[in-house]
Ligand binder design. Structure first.
Ligand SMILES: [Zn+2]
Length: 170
């Protein structure tokens, strides 16, 4: 368990470095701050070097990579739990900030929604994904990522008596 959290925090550290690299801010009232603006070009060069070292800059987003990202996100509820809202009258599709192409789908009991995701996983409650001509559909399960091809629209239907919350990616 400790190892799990260690890996998780390392993963997040790496991501935040990739996505949010910025020059160090200066702090007033300390004597060790270098306020010489001539270092700015060096910081810019450093940022460029880091950006070009990112392994996924030019690589296509493979299904495996998207699934890994989706599973990582599902395992960190603090990134999405506060976004979840419940509307008894309609499904809610909620974009997850910092995760392009990823959204939460919150279905009230018994509701259904059209979905065009490439991948999905369950977060809470029960839901079934129904592809065209597929019959009763297959349940989404927590800890597993369902992979669709592109261009395979389907429906997601809440099952059970409560709300269902699931995570989807293009
Ligand atoms: Zn879907």
């Amino acid at each position: 368990m400790l190892l799990f959290f260690l890996v998780l925090s390392l993963t997040r550290l790496t991501r935040s470095q990739e996505l949010e690299f910025q020059p160090q801010p200066t702090h007033e009232g300390t004597t060790t701050v270098n306020t010489d603006l001539s270092v700015a070009p060096e910081i810019a060069q450093l940022a460029t070097a880091i950006a070009s070292a990112r392994p996924d800059t030019a690589a296509p987003r493979t299904d495996g990579r998207i699934a890994g990202d989706l599973a990582d996100l599902a395992a960190v509820p603090q990134r999405w739990w506060d976004l979840v809202r419940f509307d008894p009258d309609r499904p809610l599709r909620i974009h997850v900030p910092g995760a392009p192409g990823v959204w939460l789908l919150v279905l009230p009991p018994g509701a259904a929604a059209d979905c065009d995701c490439r991948q999905a996983t369950a977060l809470a409650g029960e839901a079934v994904e129904i592809a065209a001509g597929e019959g009763p559909g297959r349940p989404l399960r927590p800890g597993r990522v369902r992979v669709h091809g592109t261009g395979s629209p389907h429906r997601l239907r809440g099952a059970g008596h409560g709300y269902s919350v699931s995570l989807h990616a293009h």
